[in-house]
Design a protein around this ligand. Structure first.
Ligand SMILES: Cc1cc2nc3c(=O)[nH]c(=O)nc-3n(C[C@H](O)[C@H](O)[C@H](O)COP(=O)(O)OP(=O)(O)OC[C@H]3O[C@@H](n4cnc5c(N)ncnc54)[C@H](O)[C@@H]3O)c2cc1C
Length: 535
């Protein structure tokens, strides 16, 4: 008899959500996590004594409200603190500061353009409608359009009907979102360059595309779908860092009797007669189970843990073609004080929200131009937060932690480059990349260099090595149209099942994709419960 009903590979937040739902349904569940700490890319670590960092992901919005409710996450320690607005400093000494207070933001945008202040309201309403249309899709197992399965056909019909019932303008918007670039889409509403630049940033996060590349408008919508307490498009910080989210989910899973083992790296998935039967750890330990559920990306799961010889040739091709192309880096700073922005000096509330270095559309596109040719951006897009201002538990008194998400940092650096400073490997360029980020921030907040006590620089190679995310892609594969919904991670295999019987996938590489959302883990659990029985 198998040791467990289900073995889950990976203790990131999706693996843990998967575990919690399966254990609550009475399955005997084992979670195997390679690292010494739970959470995957949603993790908190004390990198420097007294300074706790959300090492990778740093803000939360997409976490599904039904998961928070059903797993009773607040009782298990989850607390989301609001993050108020986005502050965008400009090189000319001005700034754009959007906050959650609608009237204030309107006045602020009107300072730049009255037309845009009007349009902002319309845009917000349109995006909420678009989000409403897409929302039920998040919790759905994608139908396979090539299958004649009546349940799949019903799902397709449901989607078709929803689209038909949209007001005409929303129909056009939906098609535009699926096909246009973030900037072209925003151009239809706004005229202020800095407003379009800072809003378009949501369209390129985790994606190796520029703000003018077709397809990026969809990523805008992906980032609009978050909900905190029912308020659309609000981002927050998790008290204790994003690792506290994973720990809360882990606690819910443990309470339901799931077993979670740390420092348990899986090296192989056991396959017998075309079915998964268990796993082997790097230390040789073997565990058997009726079902194996992998929260890792397709390359890690199929190429590294199964081997192409066990898989249909067409699927092997799909796994090879699946795009990662990591484009992001992260710089985590321990600070002795607060950055002082030339355009708005002092420790005001503008430091409590996101701070975005995205001063113009051309700036954003130029940052991408360099990445296209295998270089990290000389002047990158940077999204910063200072969580210690909202949650003092993460830094010693009077000190701060600052998280800087950076794009573009292409995983594949050009080997030889006309600019000698950019040829070579990420191991050679890590510190220079960190310097580029600090120098860019210093152009707006010159005191930054004087207040840095420690810094941690994560290149896409570090993201791959530390978190097991192939090519450092933060979403376990790009969120581009050809890899979404019934195509994620491969055509015909978007229903959490795989060509190996009893092997399921439950991580961000499945529908509806990346971000601290939990939906892939929950959807996959529902599938597993439907299709398998406890042994
Ligand atoms: C730098 C960065 C910034 C981000 N910022 C945000 C943000 O601000 N907000 C947001 O919503 N999202 C953000 N994201 C994306 C988000 O964090 C991820 O999409 C999400 O956390 C992925 O969760 P997951 O459970 O699907 O996979 P993962 O978190 O990748 O979990 C997979 C787990 O498997 C483990 N593992 C790997 N190999 C093995 C093995 N051989 N054996 C056992 N275990 C193994 C890993 O250690 C990991 O714990 C960011 C990601 C990164 C990297």
């Amino acid at each position: 008899m198998a040791n467990y009903d289900v073995i889950i590979i990976g203790g990131g937040h999706n693996g843990l959500v998967n575990a919690a739902y399966l254990a609550r349904a009475g399955r005997r569940v084992l979670v195997l996590e390679r690292r010494h700490v739970l959470g995957g890319a949603a993790v908190t670590e004390e990198i420097f004594p007294g300074f706790k960092f959300s090492v990778a992901s740093y803000v939360v919005s997409l976490l599904r409200p039904e998961i928070i409710r059903e797993l009773d996450l607040p009782r298990h320690g989850l607390e989301i603190l609001p993050l108020d607005g986005t502050f965008t400093p400009m090189p000319n000494g001005d700034y754009l500061w959007r906050v959650n207070d609608h009237a204030k933001t309107r006045r602020e945008i009107a300072r730049h353009s009255r037309v845009d202040a009007e349009a902002y309201e319309e845009y917000g309403k349109a995006m909420v409608e678009m989000g409403r249309f897409v929302k039920p899709i998040l919790t759905m197992t994608p139908p396979d359009p090539t299958s004649l399965d009546p349940r799949g056909l019903m799902d397709l019909l449901f989607l078709g009907r929803r689209f038909r019932d949209l007001p005409d303008q929303d129909k056009y918007n939906q098609v535009q979102l699926m096909t246009m670039s973030a900037v072209d889409f925003l151009d239809q509403w706004f005229e202020t360059d800095v407003l379009k630049a800072t809003m378009s940033a949501s369209g390129i996060i985790g994606t190796f595309l520029g703000v003018r590349s077709p397809g990026t408008a969809y990523v805008l919508l992906h980032h609009y779908m978050g909900e905190i307490d029912g308020a659309f498009r609000s981002w927050g910080l998790s008290r204790g860092g994003t690792g506290a989210i994973s720990n809360a989910i882990g606690n819910a899973a443990r309470e339901a009797r799931a077993e979670i083992r740390l420092e348990a790296a899986v090296s192989r998935i056991l396959v017998k007669g075309g079915a998964a039967t268990g796993v082997v750890l790097e230390n040789g330990d073997t565990f058997t189970a009726g079902v194996v559920s992998s929260s890792l990306d397709p390359r890690q799961t199929f190429t590294n843990m199964i081997g192409e010889e066990h898989l249909p040739a067409e699927f092997v091709e799909d796994v090879r073609r699946y795009k990662y192309r990591g484009s992001s880096g992260k710089v985590n700073l321990a600070l002795d004080g607060l950055p002082d922005f030339r355009c708005l000096p002092g420790a005001g509330t503008h430091l409590r929200g996101a701070i975005s270095i995205s001063p113009s559309v051309d700036y954003m596109e130029r940052a991408y131009d360099e990445a296209k040719y295998g270089r990290y951006s000389r002047r990158p897009y940077i999204d910063m937060v200072i969580p210690s201002l909202t949650d003092p538990s993460v830094a010693p008194p009077g000190k701060h932690v600052m998280s800087c998400f950076v794009q573009y940092a292409p995983y594949h650096l050009k080997e030889s480059s006309a600019r000698s400073d950019h040829g070579g490997t990420w191991d050679e360029h890590r510190e220079a990349f960190g310097d580029t980020v600090i120098n860019t921030i210093a152009e707006y907040a010159p005191n930054i260099r004087d207040i840095i006590l420690h810094r941690q620089v994560l290149t896409p190679l570090d993201i791959e090595r530390t978190f097991g995310l192939s090519e450092g892609n933060i979403f376990q594969g790009e969120l581009t149209l050809e890899q979404l919904f019934f195509l994620r991670p491969a055509p015909g295999w978007a229903r959490y099942r795989t060509p190996i019987r009893n092997l399921y996938m439950c991580g961000s590489a499945t529908h509806p994709g990346g971000g601290i959302m939990g939906a892939p883990g929950r959807n996959a659990a529902m599938r597993i419960l439907k299709e398998t029985s406890a042994r």
